[in-house]
Unconditional design. Structure first.
Lengths: 824, 419
């Protein structure tokens, strides 16, 4: 474990109870249901769900307690020392059967046409303990004949609802969307959105996941398969670095659904819209399935042999060649990629796309979060009494992390403080939400540190936050990837390190976790995708160039060839024009990817790789949890497993991801105890790479020394009043999600979001079409108003080819300024 | 002749106005209570033997004594004026005719339990009553009985009116709290009990209008006096609302423990058209019905409980021999089916199913085994619901089945009424 050691020991009072005559000792306050399960007795439940508040409404779990007249709901009744509980006697069994009989009374029993048939909890319980016949011969309550389509992902059948309200509670308590509630009462009650409206919700589908019956159903999966026809494989979500476990179901070779499992992964039953519905890119018709080489200025399909042989020209090119990878590739692929670049191309010019970040900031981040010291399970981190988030619109960027933080923060003894310019869903759980202008993160940190050290009177939010820091004893900080985008990111991270040291001096336990937006961002660095570090974060002898430096060098004609593994530099690099220009100066460019990205379009060789569903390997999430990716289908068309491609180019003899992993274990200390074979739904947390910090102190140049810095442009500018920030939208991730049909239905085009005050001043209303102008670029989009966001800040999601946000950026000028004008 | 206590003012002109109330000795109990120790007030109420008039008959002083004494924790009083039980109309009379009696009782209660804020949760249909209360509360503020530093005592108290939106379940105390907090009116899990975590998770007392209206009289005339009225275990005056097939339906204030015979025949003028009494419901439709044989039962909590029914709200519904008990049972179940909040399985599905069966029998489509089916359904609901509403539904039907099983059987067999 990383930063801190001594956890506070909690002493539990124990209670001894008898369950069906069997004595068991459990923590006082344990629910009878859990105690019974521990004693080996299963009690059926509908409304109970471990992470939700107790409802006690379905009455399936009634048990008899000696001395009590009435049966009691075991899911909300804690044990008392000396209790004598019966869970299987005749009274209990007949009560159980009668509840099922009641639930079936108005149930349509249209199992043959119900998507849930075969994995329905009602069916299963009736099979197990249900009445074998029913005395019900009345007309059934019926809300509608046809199922209701509530949203692009939800189809609802109210007739089948058994009113457990797991959907309502997960939406409210975990997702925080509060899109569902009860309408009507008695037997006419419906759990749904207001007036069955097309739901304005997060489209996470968690209501579908938790619904025990076929009432909330997935529209994309509708009538696609019967559960027993599915082949299901457990793997990991390819989007953000929360690293949710997912289960992909295929039928006749087609991916038909993604679901989550209640006992698997940190996400358990939850996912976000991207994870659950963002799978259509896998078998998209736009996948590139044939290798291509440029002939006479045009890309033409060719054989694998031909494509691979032309790449030989990069061998041994040294400093005039470079490699850029995406953090969406597996540890094994990235490890082999850096081997290829370092050992075969003979250069340390290797980096992630590092959209906005130079090598010093990324190093400082590794240091600030002590990534070299090993992983921290998020549930340990969330035990803190103060949780501080800075630099991430976490509700958008890492939705399931947002759920976990919301759940933790619902404990009134905990304090959540969020620092971000934009309003976000998680604000409703925070004690204090600090707003600031982008670029002034350092001042926020300094303000907190100053108050802690020197005290003060002012009633500002920052001081109020600082006072909370002072009162806390266990603090967890989440540092978002946005800090990496700041020209003064090193300063901010140095400030955070100083704050951590200050807090530690006053005896507090500090944990620090990164919030990354790419699934394997953490693993990629550990695998040596960094110009300064070899695998295991070992310092290189001769520094390589980072992504920005490579492009600078290319502009000057100092780079001859470039190998791009799955990254779209043209679309993501801040200053699109410069990136395109610099890349076109490179004579030979190889792009290995799954789609014809803007960058692939200007490549000389295109190698069609595989999606996450077509390969084995591991990802390391932001906690430092290594999880198994499992192959679900074979690579589409003539495309190939990426590991195979890299190995055949480099002439490496690895036959499988597992073999590469064995090699990684030898080179990357933190992975040495992990068994590839044994990685299950919980993954394994990496240990330290043998040192606490990178000891870069002195080598990391601060602002003044760093090359592409330039002071942040936070001067006022009347003509361009908004500072533009960007990032991922809740439904999108990089440019990959554009290829997922459903995600595109949920949000097909970008928008610009500004604060309510700004909107009022400019006289623009929500939903109005506006033009965003800046840096000689302009784009039309809809305006969205965010009540409570920082004034003078505009946000545009970076996920769309239709509006390339990076066009607003100018190299070296930091955060861009834009103006927003109404369409006439 | 029993001299009315709670209803003593209602026939005075403008009895709802504060000056009339003051002329008749109003707010003197408040002045006296403000000079007492809060614990002293609680003890007095305990000694009086007052039991809650909302239905369950819980000892009021004991309920108040559960409230934590810590002065730093805010506490609340909620007056239950939802009066949703069919056959019940007693609270309405107090609210419309003598609202200050209730308000004075509430301020004294606040003083006793250390609450500074009280709510009156009033049934939405009581539009007129709510207006009367509003005016009365305004008057009380003007005269300094509400607001800051009441009668120079340093005690502050505010009362707010919260109107219900038409759900019987909101009379159940925890559903009432949910409703005041702005959520759907549905019962909460107990524990925690409201005395520890009620409104806004703070210690809360919930009392019925009639209960609270007794308080000023207890303070004025003493616990002993109150305890001397009616039976030892449930003393005090009681409002009996008589409706149905009687000559003089109406509101009668009598000592607790007066027999049903006396109420129905002496006060309510006997059965209309000199018919025979078939059945009577002693305390709102949740209370199982009784028959002629039970007319001499004293109407108090314990005596009625001994008969397998309850005093409930004291709303007596009288039925003569023309009433079809199957229809009565069907209508009653229809009420519970309609008012079930839908949270728990046995009540939601059970009331629906039972209602459908009763409807069928009533329509002449009964089938052999239907009576047994009804009994089975009652057994599957009773004692297994989340809150007492479901139990109430079953008790009502079981009462009818107990005394009139033959009539149900006849209906099933002959497809029509017995009469
Ligand atoms: C379904 C249901 C409806 C109720 N309706 C009322 C009501 O309308 N008025 C009322 O005073 N009590 C009602 N009660 C009783 C209350 O829950 C509570 O016991 C009472 O208000 C307590 O006041 P008391 O102690 O003064 O009797 C109802 C209870 C249930 C279960
Ligand atoms: S999809 Fe998600 S946000 Fe929408 S209603 Fe369901 S749980 Fe709530
Ligand atoms: S829709 Fe499903 S999850 Fe929601 S209440 Fe009904 S059965 Fe439960
Ligand atoms: S995008 Fe992130 S939060 Fe959403 S399912 Fe995937 S890993 Fe989980
Ligand atoms: S018994 Fe159940 S369904 Fe009926 S009102 Fe109470 S909680 Fe609601
Ligand atoms: S699982 Fe316990 S009442 Fe529903």
């Amino acid at each position: 474990m990383a930063d801190e050691e001594d956890e506070v020991e909690t002493v539990f009072i124990m209670a001894t109870v008898k369950i069906n005559g069997k004595e068991i000792t459990v923590e006082d306050g344990t629910l009878i249901l859990d105690a019974a399960r521990q004693a080996g007795f299963e009690i059926p439940t509908f409304c109970y769900q471990a992470r939700l508040s107790g409802l006690g409404s379905c009455r399936m779990c009634l048990v008899e307690i000696a001395g009590q007249k009435k049966l009691q709901p075991s899911c909300v009744t804690p044990v008392l020392h000396g209790m004598d509980v019966f869970t299987e006697n005749e009274t209990v069994k007949s009560a159980r059967a009668s509840m099922l009989e009641f639930l079936l009374a108005n149930h349509p029993l249209d199992c043959p046409t119900c998507d849930k048939g075969g994995e329905c909890e009602l069916q299963n319980f009736v099979f197990k303990s249900g009445p074998r016949q029913s005395g019900f011969s009345e007309w059934k309550r019926r809300f509608h004949d046809k199922d209701k389509i509530l949203s692009p992902v939800i189809v609802k059948n109210h007739n089948r609802c058994i009113h457990c309200e797991r959907c309502v509670r997960i939406c409210d308590e975990v997702v925080g969307a509060k899109a569902l509630g009860g309408i009507g009462r008695g037997v006419m009650i419906q759990s749904t959105g207001f007036m069955d409206d097309r739901l304005d919700c997060d489209h996470c589908g968690n209501c579908i996941e938790v619904c025990p019956v076929g009432s909330f159903m997935s529209l994309p999966y509708r009538y696609k398969a019967r559960p027993w026809d599915l082949k299901e494989v457990d793997t990991v979500c390819p989007y953000c670095a929360t690293g949710c476990q997912i289960t992909i179901g295929i039928r006749n070779g087609e991916v038909v659904r993604v679901k989550s499992r209640i006992n698997t992964g940190i996400n358990k039953e939850t996912l976000c819209a991207r994870g659950r519905f963002g799978y259509h890119f896998i078998q998209s018709r736009d996948r590139i399935t044939k290798p291509m080489v440029k002939k006479d200025g045009k890309l033409a399909e060719c054989s694998w042999d031909e494509a691979l042989s032309v790449i030989k020209q990069m061998f041994g090119s040294g400093r005039r060649t470079a490699g850029i990878a995406s953090a969406r590739y597996t540890n094994e692929e990235l490890f082999v990629f850096q081997k290829l670049v370092r050992e075969v191309f003979k250069t340390n010019n290797i980096d992630l796309d590092s959209r906005f970040a130079n090598k010093w900031v990324t190093s400082a981040m590794i240091d600030a979060c002590s990534l070299a010291a090993g992983g921290i399970p998020i549930f340990d981190a969330l035990k803190a009494d103060l949780i501080f988030i800075i630099g991430s619109a976490v509700s958008d960027e890492n939705p399931v992390t947002d759920y976990l933080i919301r759940t933790a923060a619902s404990d009134r003894r905990k304090t959540l403080i969020i620092a971000h310019p934009r309003r976000m869903k998680l604000d409703s759980s925070s004690a204090i939400s600090l707003r600031y202008k982008p670029g002034t993160e350092g001042e926020v940190i300094k303000g907190i540190a100053d108050f802690i050290e020197n005290g003060g009177e002012s009633t500002s939010d920052i001081n109020a936050a600082a006072a909370r820091f002072k009162n806390a004893s266990n603090i967890t900080m989440f540092l978002g990837a946005e800090i990496l985008r700041l020209a003064n990111g090193v300063d901010v991270l140095t400030g955070i390190a100083a704050l951590k040291a200050l807090l530690k001096r006053s005896g507090k336990n500090i944990k620090c976790l990164p919030l990354f937006d790419r699934c394997n961002q953490r693993g990629a660095r550990a695998m040596g995708i960094h110009p300064l570090f070899l695998p295991g974060l070992k310092k290189v002898k001769e520094d390589g160039m980072d992504c920005g430096e490579m492009l600078d060098a290319a502009k000057k004609g100092e780079i001859d060839s470039l190998y791009v593994l799955g990254e779209d530099i043209v679309s993501m690099h801040p200053d699109a024009r410069f990136a395109r220009e610099a890349l076109s100066n490179i004579k030979f460019k190889v792009v290995q990817d799954t789609f014809l990205t803007e960058t692939a379009k200007i490549a000389d060789v295109i190698l069609p790789g595989a999606s996450y569903a077509e390969k084995d390997g591991t990802f390391t999430n932001q906690e430092g949890r290594v999880q198994r990716l499992r192959k679900v289908i074979s690579p589409v068309g003539d495309s190939k497993d990426d590991l195979d491609i890299l190995c055949s180019i480099g002439g490496f003899a690895y036959k499988s991801a597992r073999e590469v992993f064995e090699k990684i274990k030898k080179e990357v200390a933190g992975y040495k105890d992990i068994s590839f074979e044994e990685l299950d739904g919980n993954g394994a947390i990496v240990t330290g790479h043998g040192r606490q910090s990178l000891s870069l102190k002195g080598t990391v140049p601060l602002l003044s020394g760093s090359d592409n810095s330039g002071q942040q442009s936070i001067k006022e500018d009347k003509e361009y009043p908004f500072l533009l920030i960007t990032g991922n939208h809740l439904f999108h991730s990089g440019r990959l999600s554009q290829r997922a049909d459903i995600l595109m239905q949920l949000l097909p085009e970008p928008f610009v979001e500004i604060s309510e005050d700004d909107a009022r001043e400019s006289g623009i209303v929500d939903g109005e079409k506006v033009v965003v102008k800046g840096n000689g670029y302009e784009a039309a989009m809809k305006l969205r108003i965010a009540k409570g966001s920082q004034k003078g800040v505009a946000f545009v999601p970076e996920n769309f080819d239709s509006v390339s946000v990076n066009m607003f950026y100018k190299k070296g000028e930091g955060i861009p300024r834009v103006k927003i004008v109404k369409l006439p | 002749m029993f001299e009315p206590i709670l209803l003593k003012n209602i026939n005075t002109h403008d009895s709802h106005r504060i000056d009339v109330y003051l002329k008749n000795g109003g707010y003197q109990a408040l002045a006296a209570a403000l000079k007492m120790q809060p614990d002293g007030i609680i003890q007095t109420v305990k000694d009086s033997g007052l039991r809650g008039r909302g239905g369950a008959g819980f000892p009021t002083g004991l309920k108040w004594s559960f409230i934590p004494k810590d002065p730093t924790i805010p506490k609340y009083l909620c007056c239950n004026a939802d009066e949703g039980e069919p056959g019940t109309f007693k609270d309405r009379v107090i609210i419309e005719k003598d609202p200050h009696q209730l308000i004075e009782g509430m301020i004294i209660t606040c003083c006793a339990i250390g609450a500074k804020v009280a709510y009156i949760y009033i049934r939405g249909e009581f539009v007129f009553g709510a207006e009367r209360l509003k005016t009365a509360i305004d008057e009380a503020y003007q005269k300094g009985y509400l607001g800051k530093n009441i009668l120079g005592s340093n005690f502050n108290c505010d009362i707010y009116i919260h109107k219900g939106a038409g759900a019987y379940i909101c009379g159940e105390e925890t559903a009432l709290l949910e409703s005041i907090e702005g959520r759907r009116g549905r019962p909460r899990i107990k524990p925690p009990f409201p005395a520890l975590a009620g409104l806004y998770a703070k210690p809360t007392v919930i009392n019925n209008v009639e209960t609270l209206s007794c308080i000023s009289h207890i303070v004025n005339r003493g616990a002993k006096w109150f305890a001397s009225i009616g039976p030892e275990k449930s003393p005090g005056p009681k409002l009996f609302g008589v409706s149905g097939h009687v000559n003089k339906p109406g509101m009668y204030e009598l000592p607790m423990g007066t027999t049903a015979r006396e109420i129905i025949y002496n006060h309510a003028g006997g059965i209309r058209d000199s018919r025979k009494l078939k059945a009577f419901i002693p305390g709102g439709v949740s209370a199982p019905m009784l028959t002629e044989r039970d007319l001499d039962t004293p109407m108090d909590f314990d005596s009625l409980a001994a008969k397998g029914t309850m005093l409930g709200s004291g709303g007596i519904i009288v039925m003569d021999e023309t009433a079809c008990i199957v229809k009565v049972a069907m209508r009653t179940m229809g009420f519970f089916r309609h008012e079930s909040c839908g949270k728990c399985t046995p009540c939601r599905e059970g009331t629906d199913w039972t209602y459908k069966v009763l409807q069928r029998i009533e329509r002449g489509e009964g089938k052999e085994g239907d009576v047994e089916l009804l009994e089975k359904l009652c057994g599957n609901i009773f004692g297994r619901t989340f809150c007492p509403l479901g139990d109430g539904a079953v008790m009502a039907l079981r009462g009818a089945l107990k005394h009139f099983r033959d009539e149900f059987a006849y209906h099933v067999k002959n497809k029509r009424c017995m009469g």
